[in-house]
Design a protein around this ligand. Sequence first.
Ligand SMILES: C[S@@+](CC[C@H](N)C(=O)[O-])C[C@H]1O[C@@H](n2cnc3c(N)ncnc32)[C@H](O)[C@@H]1O
Length: 280
Amino acid sequence: MVAVKETGVASEEYTFATFSENPFYYELNGKLVDMAEVQSREKIMDLACGTGGVTRLVLERLRGARNSVIICIDHSASALRQARESLKERKEAALLFVQSRVEQLTEAIKGKVDAVFYCNAIHYVPDKDELLRRIADVIKPGGVFAFNTSFYEGPLEPEAVAFYRKWMLKAMRVLKQDYGLSLQKSEKVESRKHLTADDYKALVERHGFKIKTQIVDAVKVPLQGWIDISKFKDFIEGSMPGVPLDKASAALIKAVKQTYEEMKITYVARNWLDVVAVRV
Ligand SMILES: C[S@@+](CC[C@H](N)C(=O)[O-])C[C@H]1O[C@@H](n2cnc3c(N)ncnc32)[C@H](O)[C@@H]1O
Protein backbone atom coordinates (compact mmCIF):
# COMPACT_ATOMS: atom_id res chain seq x y z
CA MET A 1 0.00 0.00 0.00
CA VAL A 2 2.73 2.44 1.00
CA ALA A 3 4.71 1.60 -2.14
CA VAL A 4 1.71 2.50 -4.31
CA LYS A 5 1.41 5.88 -2.63
CA GLU A 6 5.08 6.57 -3.17
CA THR A 7 5.02 6.11 -6.90
CA GLY A 8 2.95 7.68 -9.63
CA VAL A 9 0.20 10.24 -9.22
CA ALA A 10 -1.10 8.92 -5.89
CA SER A 11 1.92 10.30 -4.00
CA GLU A 12 0.71 13.86 -4.79
CA GLU A 13 -2.13 13.26 -2.31
CA TYR A 14 0.18 13.35 0.67
CA THR A 15 2.28 16.44 -0.04
CA PHE A 16 2.40 19.59 2.04
CA ALA A 17 0.14 21.59 -0.33
CA THR A 18 -3.14 21.44 1.63
CA PHE A 19 -1.58 22.35 4.97
CA SER A 20 0.47 25.17 3.48
CA GLU A 21 -2.71 26.91 2.32
CA ASN A 22 -3.96 27.43 5.88
CA PRO A 23 -4.24 31.19 6.55
CA PHE A 24 -2.45 30.96 9.93
CA TYR A 25 0.49 29.20 8.24
CA TYR A 26 0.66 31.73 5.45
CA GLU A 27 0.68 34.48 8.06
CA LEU A 28 3.41 33.04 10.27
CA ASN A 29 5.77 32.45 7.33
CA GLY A 30 4.91 35.90 5.98
CA LYS A 31 6.15 37.40 9.26
CA LEU A 32 9.52 35.71 8.86
CA VAL A 33 9.83 36.79 5.23
CA ASP A 34 9.03 40.39 6.26
CA MET A 35 11.66 40.30 9.00
CA ALA A 36 14.29 39.24 6.44
CA GLU A 37 13.62 42.32 4.25
CA VAL A 38 14.32 40.72 0.90
CA GLN A 39 12.87 43.41 -1.40
CA SER A 40 16.17 44.37 -2.97
CA ARG A 41 17.88 40.98 -2.87
CA GLU A 42 18.73 39.57 -6.28
CA LYS A 43 19.55 35.96 -5.72
CA ILE A 44 17.46 34.13 -3.15
CA MET A 45 17.26 30.49 -2.16
CA ASP A 46 14.20 28.73 -0.77
CA LEU A 47 15.63 25.63 0.90
CA ALA A 48 13.20 22.71 1.40
CA CYS A 49 10.68 24.78 -0.56
CA GLY A 50 8.02 22.05 -0.53
CA THR A 51 5.06 22.98 -2.71
CA GLY A 52 6.18 26.61 -2.99
CA GLY A 53 4.18 28.43 -0.29
CA VAL A 54 7.17 30.37 1.02
CA THR A 55 8.49 31.03 -2.49
CA ARG A 56 5.14 32.73 -3.23
CA LEU A 57 5.51 34.92 -0.13
CA VAL A 58 8.99 35.96 -1.25
CA LEU A 59 7.76 36.69 -4.78
CA GLU A 60 5.00 38.92 -3.41
CA ARG A 61 7.63 41.04 -1.70
CA LEU A 62 9.86 41.27 -4.76
CA ARG A 63 7.36 43.21 -6.82
CA GLY A 64 9.17 45.77 -8.90
CA ALA A 65 12.59 44.23 -8.32
CA ARG A 66 14.57 43.42 -11.47
CA ASN A 67 16.82 40.48 -12.26
CA SER A 68 15.83 38.50 -9.18
CA VAL A 69 16.24 34.75 -9.17
CA ILE A 70 14.82 32.32 -6.65
CA ILE A 71 16.42 28.89 -6.45
CA CYS A 72 13.90 26.44 -5.00
CA ILE A 73 15.40 23.27 -3.55
CA ASP A 74 13.67 20.18 -2.19
CA HIS A 75 14.39 16.45 -2.26
CA SER A 76 10.78 15.60 -3.10
CA ALA A 77 10.07 15.39 -6.85
CA SER A 78 6.30 15.55 -6.30
CA ALA A 79 6.55 18.66 -4.07
CA LEU A 80 8.75 20.38 -6.69
CA ARG A 81 6.26 19.45 -9.43
CA GLN A 82 3.44 21.07 -7.46
CA ALA A 83 5.56 24.14 -6.70
CA ARG A 84 6.44 24.60 -10.37
CA GLU A 85 2.81 24.21 -11.42
CA SER A 86 1.39 26.61 -8.81
CA LEU A 87 4.02 29.30 -9.54
CA LYS A 88 4.10 29.07 -13.32
CA GLU A 89 2.28 32.39 -13.85
CA ARG A 90 4.55 34.41 -11.56
CA LYS A 91 6.70 36.98 -13.31
CA GLU A 92 8.40 38.79 -10.41
CA ALA A 93 11.55 36.66 -10.60
CA ALA A 94 13.08 33.80 -12.51
CA LEU A 95 12.50 30.50 -10.71
CA LEU A 96 14.93 27.64 -10.75
CA PHE A 97 13.82 24.29 -9.33
CA VAL A 98 16.51 21.90 -8.10
CA GLN A 99 15.88 18.45 -6.71
CA SER A 100 18.45 17.83 -4.01
CA ARG A 101 18.84 17.00 -0.37
CA VAL A 102 19.74 20.10 1.63
CA GLU A 103 22.73 18.15 2.90
CA GLN A 104 24.11 18.27 -0.67
CA LEU A 105 23.43 21.96 -1.12
CA THR A 106 26.95 22.98 -2.06
CA GLU A 107 27.14 20.33 -4.79
CA ALA A 108 23.66 21.21 -6.11
CA ILE A 109 24.19 24.90 -6.87
CA LYS A 110 26.96 27.08 -8.24
CA GLY A 111 27.78 30.55 -6.96
CA LYS A 112 26.58 32.48 -3.93
CA VAL A 113 23.22 33.96 -2.97
CA ASP A 114 22.00 37.08 -1.12
CA ALA A 115 19.44 35.33 1.06
CA VAL A 116 18.43 31.84 2.14
CA PHE A 117 14.99 30.94 3.49
CA TYR A 118 14.64 27.61 5.22
CA CYS A 119 11.13 27.29 6.58
CA ASN A 120 9.77 24.47 8.71
CA ALA A 121 12.43 21.96 7.80
CA ILE A 122 15.68 22.57 9.76
CA HIS A 123 14.52 20.08 12.42
CA TYR A 124 14.67 17.21 9.87
CA VAL A 125 18.46 17.33 9.58
CA PRO A 126 20.44 15.49 12.27
CA ASP A 127 23.87 17.02 11.52
CA LYS A 128 23.03 20.71 11.77
CA ASP A 129 26.66 21.83 12.08
CA GLU A 130 27.56 20.32 8.72
CA LEU A 131 24.42 21.82 7.20
CA LEU A 132 25.15 25.30 8.59
CA ARG A 133 28.69 25.07 7.27
CA ARG A 134 27.22 24.56 3.80
CA ILE A 135 24.59 27.27 4.19
CA ALA A 136 27.25 29.75 5.36
CA ASP A 137 29.31 28.75 2.32
CA VAL A 138 26.59 29.72 -0.18
CA ILE A 139 25.61 33.10 1.37
CA LYS A 140 27.51 36.26 0.45
CA PRO A 141 28.87 38.41 3.32
CA GLY A 142 26.03 40.69 4.42
CA GLY A 143 23.50 38.15 3.11
CA VAL A 144 20.60 36.88 5.17
CA PHE A 145 19.71 33.46 6.54
CA ALA A 146 16.10 33.19 7.76
CA PHE A 147 14.54 30.07 9.18
CA ASN A 148 11.68 28.99 11.38
CA THR A 149 10.59 25.81 13.11
CA SER A 150 7.88 24.73 15.51
CA PHE A 151 9.91 21.63 16.41
CA TYR A 152 12.29 23.06 18.98
CA GLU A 153 12.71 22.40 22.68
CA GLY A 154 10.74 25.01 24.55
CA PRO A 155 7.93 25.54 27.02
CA LEU A 156 4.55 24.03 26.04
CA GLU A 157 1.15 25.13 27.35
CA PRO A 158 -0.30 22.37 29.61
CA GLU A 159 -3.38 22.32 27.37
CA ALA A 160 -1.19 21.65 24.32
CA VAL A 161 0.55 18.76 26.13
CA ALA A 162 -2.84 17.28 27.05
CA PHE A 163 -4.03 17.73 23.46
CA TYR A 164 -1.09 15.86 21.87
CA ARG A 165 -1.30 13.01 24.35
CA LYS A 166 -5.07 12.55 23.88
CA TRP A 167 -4.82 12.86 20.11
CA MET A 168 -2.14 10.20 19.71
CA LEU A 169 -3.83 7.77 22.11
CA LYS A 170 -7.13 8.18 20.28
CA ALA A 171 -5.45 7.78 16.89
CA MET A 172 -4.00 4.43 17.97
CA ARG A 173 -7.40 3.35 19.26
CA VAL A 174 -9.06 4.29 15.94
CA LEU A 175 -6.35 2.45 14.02
CA LYS A 176 -7.06 -0.70 16.02
CA GLN A 177 -10.87 -0.43 15.96
CA ASP A 178 -11.35 0.64 12.33
CA TYR A 179 -8.48 -1.21 10.64
CA GLY A 180 -7.31 -3.87 13.11
CA LEU A 181 -3.80 -2.35 13.02
CA SER A 182 -1.42 -1.40 15.77
CA LEU A 183 2.00 0.23 15.87
CA GLN A 184 4.83 -2.27 16.13
CA LYS A 185 7.01 -1.50 19.16
CA SER A 186 10.15 -1.44 17.00
CA GLU A 187 8.49 1.05 14.66
CA LYS A 188 7.52 3.56 17.33
CA VAL A 189 9.04 6.94 16.68
CA GLU A 190 12.23 7.53 18.54
CA SER A 191 11.53 10.82 20.23
CA ARG A 192 13.66 13.22 18.22
CA LYS A 193 16.06 15.40 20.10
CA HIS A 194 15.21 19.00 19.34
CA LEU A 195 17.45 22.03 19.90
CA THR A 196 16.44 24.86 22.21
CA ALA A 197 16.19 28.47 21.00
CA ASP A 198 19.59 29.13 22.62
CA ASP A 199 21.10 26.10 20.85
CA TYR A 200 19.90 27.49 17.50
CA LYS A 201 21.40 30.89 18.30
CA ALA A 202 24.75 29.31 19.20
CA LEU A 203 24.59 27.13 16.06
CA VAL A 204 24.25 30.02 13.63
CA GLU A 205 26.77 32.17 15.53
CA ARG A 206 29.49 29.52 15.39
CA HIS A 207 29.07 29.36 11.61
CA GLY A 208 29.74 33.01 10.93
CA PHE A 209 26.32 34.62 11.37
CA LYS A 210 25.14 37.43 13.60
CA ILE A 211 21.55 37.21 14.86
CA LYS A 212 19.43 40.09 13.57
CA THR A 213 16.08 38.96 15.00
CA GLN A 214 15.04 35.96 17.04
CA ILE A 215 11.47 35.70 18.27
CA VAL A 216 8.91 33.14 19.37
CA ASP A 217 5.62 33.49 17.53
CA ALA A 218 2.70 32.04 19.53
CA VAL A 219 0.31 30.70 16.91
CA LYS A 220 -3.27 29.53 17.45
CA VAL A 221 -3.70 26.43 15.32
CA PRO A 222 -7.35 25.64 14.50
CA LEU A 223 -8.77 22.14 13.95
CA GLN A 224 -8.38 22.47 10.17
CA GLY A 225 -4.62 22.91 10.60
CA TRP A 226 -4.30 19.55 12.41
CA ILE A 227 -6.59 17.86 9.89
CA ASP A 228 -4.44 19.15 7.04
CA ILE A 229 -1.11 18.24 8.63
CA SER A 230 -2.54 14.71 8.95
CA LYS A 231 -2.55 14.61 5.13
CA PHE A 232 1.22 15.25 4.91
CA LYS A 233 3.43 12.20 4.37
CA ASP A 234 6.30 13.28 6.66
CA PHE A 235 3.93 14.00 9.54
CA ILE A 236 1.95 10.78 9.07
CA GLU A 237 5.10 8.66 8.92
CA GLY A 238 6.56 10.43 11.96
CA SER A 239 3.42 9.81 14.02
CA MET A 240 2.57 6.31 12.80
CA PRO A 241 5.67 4.70 11.29
CA GLY A 242 5.08 1.54 9.29
CA VAL A 243 1.30 2.08 8.92
CA PRO A 244 -0.10 2.50 5.36
CA LEU A 245 -0.47 6.22 4.69
CA ASP A 246 -4.19 6.19 3.91
CA LYS A 247 -5.15 4.35 7.10
CA ALA A 248 -2.79 6.31 9.33
CA SER A 249 -4.04 9.60 7.86
CA ALA A 250 -7.70 8.63 8.32
CA ALA A 251 -7.06 7.56 11.93
CA LEU A 252 -5.24 10.81 12.75
CA ILE A 253 -8.05 12.91 11.25
CA LYS A 254 -10.84 11.04 13.02
CA ALA A 255 -8.94 11.19 16.31
CA VAL A 256 -8.15 14.91 16.14
CA LYS A 257 -11.81 15.74 15.52
CA GLN A 258 -12.79 13.64 18.56
CA THR A 259 -10.08 15.33 20.65
CA TYR A 260 -11.25 18.86 19.79
CA GLU A 261 -14.83 17.86 20.59
CA GLU A 262 -13.94 16.21 23.87
CA MET A 263 -11.68 19.05 25.06
CA LYS A 264 -14.18 21.67 23.81
CA ILE A 265 -11.41 23.77 22.29
CA THR A 266 -11.27 25.93 19.16
CA TYR A 267 -7.48 26.07 18.81
CA VAL A 268 -4.25 24.67 20.24
CA ALA A 269 -1.36 27.05 20.90
CA ARG A 270 1.86 26.19 19.11
CA ASN A 271 5.11 28.18 19.26
CA TRP A 272 7.20 28.90 16.18
CA LEU A 273 10.82 29.96 16.58
CA ASP A 274 11.78 32.59 13.96
CA VAL A 275 15.44 33.43 13.35
CA VAL A 276 16.92 35.98 10.96
CA ALA A 277 20.73 36.09 10.88
CA VAL A 278 23.25 38.02 8.79
CA ARG A 279 26.39 36.48 7.28
CA VAL A 280 29.34 38.35 8.75
C1 LIG B 1 7.18 20.94 6.33
S1 LIG B 1 7.61 21.09 4.63
C2 LIG B 1 8.00 22.82 4.52
C3 LIG B 1 7.87 23.38 3.12
C4 LIG B 1 8.09 24.91 3.01
N1 LIG B 1 9.45 25.26 3.36
C5 LIG B 1 7.13 25.63 3.91
O1 LIG B 1 7.50 26.09 5.00
O2 LIG B 1 5.96 25.76 3.52
C6 LIG B 1 9.20 20.35 4.68
C7 LIG B 1 9.84 20.16 3.32
O3 LIG B 1 11.19 19.79 3.52
C8 LIG B 1 11.54 18.83 2.57
N2 LIG B 1 12.70 18.12 3.12
C9 LIG B 1 12.77 17.44 4.28
N3 LIG B 1 14.01 16.97 4.48
C10 LIG B 1 14.75 17.37 3.41
C11 LIG B 1 16.12 17.20 3.02
N4 LIG B 1 16.96 16.52 3.81
N5 LIG B 1 16.53 17.75 1.87
C12 LIG B 1 15.67 18.43 1.07
N6 LIG B 1 14.37 18.62 1.39
C13 LIG B 1 13.92 18.11 2.54
C14 LIG B 1 10.29 17.98 2.40
O4 LIG B 1 10.29 17.30 1.16
C15 LIG B 1 9.21 19.05 2.48
O5 LIG B 1 8.88 19.55 1.21
